[in-house]
Design a protein around this ligand. Structure first.
Ligand code: HSE
Length: 296
């Protein structure tokens, strides 16, 4: 039996739309065995599709197809700690698990880049699947169908406060809210900040993250879909966060803080409870995952 553990991920990191992402300490665990037919179960009671439309199964099948090996069937179990449709990479975790699990069952025939490219083709963009696979802070581009990623370990002195609301937001809906065209000015605003955020993470210059995570390409269009989102940004920054941004397509708001700022969480939790508008958010303390997906 093959077991695959995959971290949650937080994409975009503000300005790096469809490019930047980072892995955090919350994990889904999957097991894989070949069998006749499809047997899929959730070990934690979460509802997961049990047929050939299951995302883990579909992703595994892509590897069999790629290698030209007939698939008899798979027995898959899923433990889902990453909340679904909250902007924390739950779909990417399924895709990465399916690909890594199938590759391990078939004798590790694919390279990391090949697997990353397959995962990106299924997800549509690399900014969750790349850190899910590699861990750390990852910058990625797609060029002529190939995915190129560079991973940098995240400083363990940083921590992340994930403000997770009690409602789901489908990525398709959050992407439909975006304009088809953006101005040259907005493009420059973001590309310069995405570059600055990358340099700031690499250099440990965290005082720059507040400026570097500002964005004009997606957050302003998505915040109206996140009830209380503006106020959570304000709360996180008032409490001393280095930066706050919509995690992936939302609705989670992610704040970057110093690891030793443990008071942040008590103060944030108390403020959420006291506010009628923000009571549907829960704040989770997460650390960096610099390991990425693990296959055992
Ligand atoms: N970059 C993606 C988006 C991440 O913002 O739509 C969500 O999957």
């Amino acid at each position: 039996m093959i077991q695959v553990t995959v971290p949650a991920t937080s994409a975009n990191v503000g300005a790096g739309f469809d490019s930047l992402g980072l892995a955090v300490s919350m994990h889904n665990v999957f097991t894989f065995e070949e069998c006749n037919g499809i047997q899929i179960s959730s070990v934690d009671g979460t509802h997961v599709p049990a047929g050939s439309n299951n995302l883990v199964y579909r992703s595994a099948r892509v590897v069999y197809d790629q290698l030209g090996i007939p698939l008899r069937g798979l027995r898959i179990t899923q433990r889902n700690d990453i909340p679904m449709a909250r902007g924390l990479g739950s779909s990417s975790a399924c895709i990465v698990a399916g690909i890594l699990g199938a590759n391990a069952l078939l004798g590790d025939k694919l390279t990391k880049r090949q697997m990353l490219t397959l995962a990106t083709a299924i997800e549509g963009h690399p900014d969750n699947v790349a850190p899910a696979m590699l861990g750390g802070f990852v910058t990625s581009v797609i060029d002529e169908g190939q995915v190129y990623s560079v991973k940098k370990d995240i400083d363990p002195e940083l921590a992340f406060a994930a403000f997770v609301p009690d409602f789901r937001l489908l990525t398709s809906k959050a992407r439909a809210a975006l304009p088809q065209m953006v101005s040259h000015k907005d493009a420059v605003y973001n590309l310069s900040r995405a570059a600055l955020a990358t340099a700031a993470f690499c250099d440990g210059d965290y005082g720059l993250l507040g400026v570097a995570t500002k964005d004009t390409l997606h957050q302003q269009y998505r915040l109206p879909l996140i009830q209380g989102g503006d106020e959570v940004f304000e709360l996180a920054l008032d409490l001393g966060a280095l930066a706050a941004y919509i995690s992936g397509a939302g609705p989670t708001i992610m704040a970057v803080i110093h690891k030793d700022d443990t008071a942040f969480f008590d103060r944030a939790a108390a403020a959420l409870q006291q506010s009628e508008l923000l009571r549907h958010f829960t704040v989770h303390r997460l650390l960096a995952d610099n390991t990425g997906a693990v296959v055992e």
